[in-house]
Write a protein that binds this ligand. Structure first.
Ligand code: OGA
Ligand code: MN
Length: 286
């Protein structure tokens, strides 16, 4: 497809594209929004570099793609209710998003897009990995595809935010903001979603279940489910499906949680990393 308002470079890796030629701090034309959305649907994650965004400019950019959502577990920055700070202090150990996942897949209507902007990055490390869950599903055997499509998953925040969850424990050690731990009742809830999700806009199927968010396959125990989730994670995150994005201050990534997994690398101990995060409402997975 030819673009008139943007340039789209896919050499960043197997999934995703870098978009240049546009200043996203300013209101965008209808055509630019349409083209960015088309590139995003096609490549699953789009990256911009050298932007300079206040929280409200970031939220306004994200709102071009749908109504904004509120992340249930963290407090927004003062200047905008839809922007949350993701900060790992130099002396913290656990990072946010440091496992293969798609965002908040344990709620009824998980966000379709996450828009993450780098405010301050470590000198080295702190890259984010993105894995193409559509291509990975496509490449599975018909036998495994059929099994996965005939089952559903029980998704829950409890594995990370619940009483026994890693974020809750890090918050208790004051290593993460207190609200990373989440409201107890909400954190223990469960919701049923498919293991394989069909994208509402593209019609493509993707692997959707993940180790940190899918508690179990419906009707199976957690112990029985883990080996299959592990196997799928290994399959989906092979190098041939993964792009490694190196952040610079002013970089922004917008990913599609319906068809791409991501994993924030935690390899910058002793250094601070500070991001701003906005999410766009999605639909119930089907
Ligand atoms: C997120 C997340 C990744 C990162 O914001 O959902 O997983 O690299 N962050 O900070
Ligand atoms: Mn995430």
């Amino acid at each position: 497809m030819g673009y008139q308002t943007i340039k789209v470079d896919t050499t960043v890796g197997p999934v995703g594209a870098i978009i240049t030629g546009v200043d996203i701090s300013k209101p965008l034309s209808a055509l630019a929004i349409k083209e960015i959305n088309a590139a995003w649907l096609k490549h699953h994650v789009v990256f911009f570099r050298d932007q300079s965004l206040t929280p409200t400019q970031q939220a306004d950019f994200a709102a071009n793609f749908g109504d904004l959502d509120v992340y249930p577990f963290m407090t927004a920055v003062d200047s905008n209710p839809n922007v949350i700070p993701i900060i790992k202090e130099a002396d913290a150990e656990l990072n946010f998003g440091g496992a293969w996942h798609t965002d908040t897949s344990y709620v009824e209507r998980p966000p379709k897009a996450t828009v993450l902007y780098a405010v301050e990055v470590p000198d080295t490390g702190g890259d984010t990995l993105f894995a193409d869950a559509t291509q990975a599903f496509h490449d599975l055997s018909d036998g495994l595809k059929n099994i996965l499509e005939s089952e559903s998953g029980i998704y829950s925040p409890k594995l990370v935010h619940g009483r026994e969850g890693s974020y809750k424990q890090a918050a208790a050690r004051s290593e993460m903001a207190k609200d990373y731990g989440g409201a107890e009742d909400f954190a223990e809830q469960e919701v049923e979603h498919p293991l394989i999700r069909t994208h509402i806009d593209t019609g493509e199927k993707s692997v959707y279940c993940s180790l940190p968010h899918t508690h179990r396959i419906k009707g199976w125990t957690r112990e029985e489910s883990i080996p299959l989730f592990k196997h799928l994670t290994e399959i989906c995150t092979q190098d041939k499906y993964v792009t490694r994005f190196k952040w610079q201050q002013g970089s922004l990534a917008m990913w599609d949680n319906r068809c791409v997994f991501h994993n924030a690398l935690n390899d910058y101990q002793g250094m601070r990393r500070h991001m701003h995060r906005v999410i766009v409402q999605g639909e119930r997975p089907q």
